[in-house]
Ligand binder design. Structure first.
Ligand code: HEC
Length: 195
């Protein structure tokens, strides 16, 4: 809030998704996440929900809009630090998003496969089946879906938000470690459900 400006806007936004994505591996994870957010259908085509996200400016959907917010942040940081130092710091935090997206995408695909194989009953809509709908939040029927929601709203948020706020302890132990722990638990539940 440089200069007392209370505009609350960051490059990554609240959901930490952006388009386009130059990193192909990361884009792979992003596609799973966007499907689970219901903005892409199962074929990877945009849904009506993408228009809502666009209208509310919930995510940066062009490279220019991402860079504009990122550059504004760097300008603020440069009041006290060198440009190289802060650019590197912000890029490190970007990589924390990628690390959590890797785990999150695997968890999403795990639940999608359970719907696909009719082990769990899917309550999501036709267009995005078999993907879970993250925007149903905690209105879910099983523990494994609850864990996915917790990853989304709690652990993934902590991983990157704490990283951008320069809290290494929080980003690690309350964020990424919890992501990993939860994935292990979900894989275990997946095995039990399939037995
Ligand atoms: C008003 C001056 C100021 C601004 C603006 C500022 N910093 Fe800092 N920053 C500091 C000071 C002072 C410290 C050292 C704090 C300490 O050691 O206790 C610091 C520490 C850091 C550290 C080291 C943290 C650690 O745990 O060792 C990083 C990384 C950092 N800042 C990045 C940034 C980034 C990125 C931004 C912009 C989002 C930013 N800073 C904006 C003054 C500033």
């Amino acid at each position: 809030m440089s200069g007392g400006n209370h505009k609350v806007m960051t490059a990554w936004g609240f959901l930490a998704v952006r388009l386009p994505e130059k990193d192909a591996e990361w884009m792979g994870y992003r596609v799973s996440i966007l499907k689970a957010l219901g903005v892409l259908d199962k074929e990877g085509q945009p849904t009506g929900r993408l228009d809502v996200v666009k209208a509310a400016d919930m995510a940066r959907l062009t490279e220019e809009s991402f860079n504009a917010e990122r550059n504004a942040m760097v300008t603020t940081c440069k009041e006290c630090h060198s440009e190289t130092y802060v650019t590197k710091s912000l890029e490190n935090s970007d990589q924390m998003i990628k690390a959590s997206d890797d785990i999150f995408a695997e968890a999403i695909e795990l639940v999608a496969k359970l719907y696909q194989d009719k082990i769990l009953e899917s309550t999501t809509n036709e267009a995005t089946f078999p993907y879970p709908d993250l925007l149903t939040f905690y209105e879910v029927d099983s523990h494994i879906e609850e864990l996915l929601y917790e990853m989304f709203m709690d652990f993934r948020m902590k991983t990157y938000q704490a990283s951008f706020h320069l809290m290494p302890d929080y980003t690690t132990w309350y964020g990424l470690a919890k992501m990993k722990e939860t994935l292990v638990e979900m894989k275990d539940l997946d095995k039990q459900l399939r037995m």
